[in-house]
Design a protein around this ligand. Structure first.
Ligand SMILES: Nc1ncnc2c1ncn2[C@@H]1O[C@H](COP(=O)(O)OP(=O)(O)OP(=O)(O)O)[C@@H](O)[C@H]1O
Length: 275
């Protein structure tokens, strides 16, 4: 479990990016931090692996204050996936994936075997192993980024807008893949996005942030949808625009769910029939 207790971050220029932030991110669950630009999401994420150091309060991993841990060691046991994959352009796919295990002392043959099996895990064809990042599509590059994040078999995976730079179809694909993967591997995932739909799709716990990392609301997607805590939240999740209000219409005897614009969202099935 990751716990923030009264955490603040004031940057050297005096910017208070995060003010008195407290939150528990439970183990084996996906916590999504969502909020508009500049709300402090990335700063909060980076305080977990000490890419940014808190200036107030404490960040703890399983009860251990990260301030007492050596930053390089810490980063080598926490997976980190960033926007636009952040791959090393002059290194082949397989070498990108295995960089950190190699730095940790793993032999080349073992690391290569691990890298290839991680390519399977994230749905990348092994034939791409010897390519360079620029020879891959954006979606493939993101998959390499996820494989690299998983390469040290971390308990914690930090993902900062990992699917922000790809088109909507590839993005949906990557989201589905991450959900499948998470069902198998059950990591403690902290995921940053500014897209509320992505947050509701992926998050076990969704945390909606206002400027300064102020928690406007946290809960499961269902809890937030059922009871937005404020006008700010209602506006952010689109509740007031009718986007979230679904209706049932009869279509040739089947019950179709349509959204506020009348677009079909799915077919209503009877849960009791499945039991
Ligand atoms: N190194 C820095 N020095 C000074 N201010 C910074 C620094 N890094 C971030 N900030 C400021 O801290 C605030 C929070 O930034 P942060 O990147 O955490 O927000 P974010 O919610 O992740 O935004 P985005 O969605 O745009 O990535 C912003 O006002 C930003 O300008």
């Amino acid at each position: 479990m990751i716990e923030f207790r009264g955490v603040g971050k004031r940057f050297a220029d005096g910017t208070d990016a995060v003010i008195d932030f407290s939150l528990v991110m439970p183990s084996h669950q996906v916590t999504v931090l969502v909020g508009s630009s500049g709300s402090g999401k990335t700063t909060i994420l980076r305080m977990i692996n000490r890419m940014v150091d808190a200036t107030e309060g404490a960040v703890e991993i399983d009860g251990e204050n990260v301030a007492t841990l050596e930053p390089v060691q810490l980063r080598r046991r926490i997976g980190y996936v960033m926007q636009s994959a952040g791959l090393l352009p002059h290194r082949r796919v397989l070498d990108n994936i295995t960089t950190v295990p190699r730095l940790n002392g793993m032999g080349r043959a073992t690391a290569d075997e691990l890298g290839l099996s991680l390519m399977d895990t994230v749905g990348l064809d092994r034939s791409l192993a010897r390519r360079y990042p620029h020879q891959l599509s954006g979606g493939q590059q993101q998959r390499v980024g996820v494989a690299r994040g998983l390469a040290v078999d971390p308990n914690i995976l930090l993902m900062d807008e990992p699917f922000g730079a790809v088109d909507p179809i590839v993005r949906a694909d990557l989201q589905a893949e991450l959900m499948r993967l998470q069902r198998d591997i059950g990591k403690t995932v902290v995921f940053v996005t500014h897209d509320i739909d992505e947050a509701f799709l992926l998050g076990d716990q969704v945390v909606i942030l206002a400027t300064g990392g102020v928690i406007a609301q946290k809960g499961t997607p269902a809890e937030i949808l059922a009871n937005p805590a404020s006008d700010f939240v209602a506006d952010f999740i689109g509740a007031d625009r009718g986007r979230r209000s679904l209706r049932i219409v009869d279509q040739g005897g089947r019950r179709i769910v349509v959204d506020g614009d009348g677009r079909a969202a799915g077919v209503l099935t009877d849960d009791s029939a499945a039991r």
